[in-house]
Design a protein around this ligand. Structure first.
Ligand code: ADP
Ligand code: TRP
Length: 320
């Protein structure tokens, strides 16, 4: 079984990325051959500053390696180092109707957030389909918001296979029921585009500040509080034991326990939860040549698989 996922280097990875996708991807390494890549071509759709893009790409690589990516088991690479993916995207384009892309929620969301529609934003799902089909992935661990992109990928692959022969593996998304959408500090979905993130590896001061900024209601300290409607508890659940969560809920109901206390408890658990990974990240930061080498070697391994698929695809459409 081949497992594949990608993450855009469009900012600093946050708790939503970790609990929504990165953790599952790291755990899945034990189940099969894994391909993970940094989707830098996708990031170009939102016109990032070039220097920032380079910096974020290295940052995502460090984060993933620190979080437990095993470079022996996993082919880890930068998307743009295997440019065949753009060739495949073009070949898939005539098998993709405009109507299919017009229905994409992520495209509509981007426009709702004020992005000027450009062709890259519009055809984003075709490039993502190419990512998945190029490597003949069976299973794609992603967060819930990516489910529709997998449906689009299957639509394109099924149509291509019907018209040009059975070339592509039909992939499935992997979204465990237990994985919730992680709320940001303002209660909306945590997202790099909404300025509401808690980074996985922020320095202590920055992390504390982000946690203290979590929006709560204005119930006074002495009064009982509803634990079911609180962003602090929603995040605490991700890093504390079930007993600790129950204890915090009882304190909420009893009163005389303020949101400041809950935030302090959340901060401590978060700091502790990621401590071993933070230490590993600090080591890797001293060895950036090693990180670059991992990505180059990953791209070499990925290219071999990509070329096998491309030879079949070019033949099937009459390009060779
Ligand atoms: P962002 O919205 O911050 O730009 P990405 O689109 O780069 O995040 O998402 C990378 C991965 O992390 C995707 O698989 C996505 O589904 C997952 N993800 C992002 N934000 C969240 C969240 N708040 N909760 C759960 N999963 C998330
Ligand atoms: N669109 C994904 C996201 O924003 C990133 C991505 C690009 C991806 N290509 C992929 C994820 C292929 C899984 C498989 O999170």
């Amino acid at each position: 079984m081949r497992i594949l996922s990608g993450i855009q280097p469009s900012g600093i990875p946050h708790l939503g990325n970790y609990f929504g996708m990165m953790r599952q991807a790291v755990e899945m390494q034990r189940k099969g051959e894994t391909f993970l890549f940094i989707a830098d071509y996708h990031s170009l759709t939102t016109l990032p500053d070039p220097e920032q893009l380079r910096k974020n790409t290295l940052g995502v690589a460090l984060d993933f390696l620190a979080l437990g990516l095993d470079v022996e088991k996993t082919v880890f690479f930068r998307q743009s180092e295997v440019p065949q993916v753009t060739e495949l995207m073009w070949i898939l384009s005539p098998y993709t109707t405009v109507g299919l892309l017009e229905r994409a929620h992520s495209y509509k969301d981007k426009l709702a957030h004020g992005f000027v529609p450009n062709h890259g934003l519009f055809s984003y799902p075709v490039l993502m389909a190419a990512d998945i089909l190029l490597y003949q992935a069976n299973l794609v661990p992603v967060g819930k918001d990516q489910k529709q992109h997998l449906e689009i990928t299957r639509d394109i692959a099924l149509r291509f296979n019907r018209e040009r022969g059975e070339i592509f593996t039909i992939p499935e998304e992997y979204i465990p029921e237990s994985v919730a959408v992680v709320p940001g500090t303002d209660g909306q979905k945590m997202s790099k585009s909404y300025n509401n993130t808690i980074p996985i590896f922020a320095p202590e001061k920055v992390l504390r500040k982000a946690v203290m900024n979590i929006v709560t209601d204005c119930t006074p300290m002495e009064e009982p509080k509803d634990p079911e409607k609180c962003n602090v508890i929603a995040l605490y659940k991700l890093v504390a034991s079930p007993e600790e969560v129950e204890a915090m809920k009882s304190r909420y109901r009893a009163g005389n326990y303020g949101y400041g206390h809950a935030k302090q408890a959340l901060f401590e658990r978060l700091w502790e939860y990621f401590a071993p990974m933070r230490a590993r990240r600090a080591e890797l930061e001293q060895n950036l040549d090693y990180v670059r080498q991992v990505l180059t070697r990953g791209a070499e391994r990925a290219s071999v698989v990509a070329e096998v698929t491309m030879a079949k695809v070019r033949q099937a459409v009459g390009l060779r």
